[in-house]
Design a binder for this molecule. Structure first.
Ligand code: UDX
Ligand code: ADP
Length: 478
């Protein structure tokens, strides 16, 4: 039996990874549990500096309600720091909340998760911890990753370092959606805890019970918990792909996808959420998690099931690409020397996250068609837009940034009405509220005619657009 050291009087949590999940999740735990010390650790010095900034505009993650929480907890029981080992060493609990992107090379490339960061974290915890530590998977991970983590935790770099250490590994996947993260964390539909160690499960449940009803805390085995997270995202993504496929049928048949959504969503078995057709799902999770499931199915020889889930991702790409085809067709088959305004670059409203945003594919396609692109987004920086487009265009032209990237014409605009001057088309890609309140009379006077607005989110004020001589294309309306 290992000797278990008592660490200190005050319960301490550390979270490795100060990203979109780690930052907001730890902020809410600190806010709801003033008796717990919460440390958010990251090796990225700039990220930590930004979380510690006096100006909330510098915080690396924009989430409604997050700023207020950080301002009232930071420095009291919430700390952002790069001192990783030191803080792991006296933590009772360590959350692993690091990035797990899809592998881009080697076995499983394009499907399996790249676990190098999670592995590194597990090694750090193995080496730096003291006494008994509960290690919690927060990042979405392939099924059975907990077993890898356990093996690493029980094999510190030097055998003698293992003395007095013990670990319990839990899976506690995060279901927050960006843009509503604070509400999702404060009022979760459920909290899922997977594990084998009863005491560890109840210790973690005890933290959530500070603000979540015990009835909402689901306890499962480790593998069910890991698989539930992948499956939840796969179901949600599949639902969006389903409604987007219906949108295309609506356009072909004269139906209206919003009416169809309403009609089917009133069936309580189907439910009315997540039935909004759009340019295709984006975000860091859906595509990655489905591809993970695809990889898992192939690994276990479940070829038909793997093809089934893969088709959801393929249809989503088809949907993103078809938006450009529609724009090009309506603009007489060419975008050369045409000014196109893209409204929104984030993958959804109320976030500054651009990962897998449909705006990236749409922008890339438009630029390759020769368009002069003006991009507006209330939260995404010009630098971030540039990084995303550079990545995707360089892949496309397969040549160096200096020689080829510069030929594409795009810029971020801050004054939205300036962007409309002499524009041939406007494409609404992200459903920011401000895009539903645009002054279409004014815009019509600024644009070059014949002018078009392509609304991929069904949020512009149709009546106001139709009062002008701007042509309107609305997703899912035939
Ligand atoms: C998702 C899951 O919702 C969340 O539970 C999980 O923890 C992480 O992945 P997120 O990616 O932040 O959250 O956003 P979500 O609201 O699910 O939207 C994902 C994409 O689907 C966005 O591009 C969004 O615009 C799109 N979407 C969503 C639609 O096109 N229509 C809808 O009806 C809903
Ligand atoms: P998510 O959306 O899952 O939160 P992000 O990419 O936003 O993912 O954040 C993950 C964070 O984890 C990044 O800030 C990255 O620097 C950090 N990170 C990755 N590996 C380690 C590690 N071994 N130690 C500390 N931080 C890490």
């Amino acid at each position: 039996m290992k000797e278990i050291k008592i660490k200190k009087n005050c319960f301490k949590i550390s979270c490795i990874g100060a990203g979109y999940v780690g930052g907001p999740t730890m902020a809410v735990i600190a806010d709801k549990c003033p008796h717990i010390q919460v440390y958010v650790l990251d090796l990225n010095k700039n990220r930590i500096k930004d979380w510690n900034s006096e100006n909330p505009k510098d915080f690396p993650v924009f989430e409604p309600g997050l700023e207020e929480i950080i301002l009232r907890t930071r420095g009291k029981n919430l700390f952002f720091t790069t001192d990783i080992e030191e803080n792991i060493s006296d933590s009772d609990m360590v959350f692993l909340s690091v990035n797990t992107p899809t592998k881009t090379s080697g076995i499983g490339s394009g499907r399996a998760s790249d676990l190098r960061w999670i592995e590194k974290c597990a090694r750090q915890v193995a080496d730096a911890s003291n006494g008994h530590t509960i290690v919690i998977e927060k990042s979405t991970l392939p099924v059975r990753t907990a077993s890898t983590i356990k093996t690493i935790l029980n094999s510190p770099s030097k055998k003698e370092d293992n003395k007095g250490k013990s670990f319990a590994v839990l899976s506690n996947p995060e279901f927050l959606a960006e843009g509503t993260a604070i509400n999702d964390l404060e009022n979760p539909d459920r909290v899922l805890i997977g594990g084998e160690d009863e005491k560890a499960i109840e210790t973690l449940a005890g933290i959530y019970k500070n603000w979540v009803d015990d009835k909402k805390i689901i306890r499962t085995n480790l593998w069910s918990s890991e698989l539930s997270k992948l499956t939840a995202n796969a179901f949600l993504a599949q639902r969006i792909t389903s409604i987007n496929s219906v949108a295309a049928i609506c356009e072909a048949t004269g139906a209206d996808v919003n009416e169809v959504s309403l009609a089917i969503g009133t069936d309580t078995r189907i439910g009315n959420k997540f039935l909004k057709s759009g340019p295709g799902f984006g975000g860091s999770c859906f595509k990655k998690d489905i591809l993970n499931l695809v990889y898992l199915c192939r690994f276990f020889g479940l070829e038909n099931i793997s093809n089934y889930w893969e088709s959801v991702v393929n249809l989503n790409s088809w949907n993103q690409n078809r938006i450009t085809e529609i724009v090009v067709n309506k603009l007489f088959g060419t975008l050369a020397e045409k000014k196109i305004v893209l409204l929104g670059f984030a993958f959804k409203a109320n976030t500054n996250d651009t990962r897998e945003s449909s705006a990236i594919t749409i922008s890339k396609n438009l630029l390759i068609e020769g368009a002069d692109l003006k991009i507006h987004d209330p939260q995404v920086s010009e630098k971030q837009i540039s990084i995303e487009l550079e990545k995707v265009l360089n892949n496309e032209v397969n040549t160096s940034f200096e020689s080829e990237f510069s030929k594409f014409s795009f810029e971020k605009v801050d004054d939205i009405y300036d962007a409309f001057i002499d524009a041939d088309a406007i494409i609404v890609v992200t459903e920011w509220e401000e895009y539903s309140k645009l002054d279409w009379e004014k815009i019509s006077r600024l644009m070059r005619h014949p002018a078009w607005v392509f609304d991929t989110r069904s949020i512009v004020n149709k009546e106001e657009v139709l009062k002008t001589n701007i042509n309107l294309w609305n997703i899912g309306i035939g």
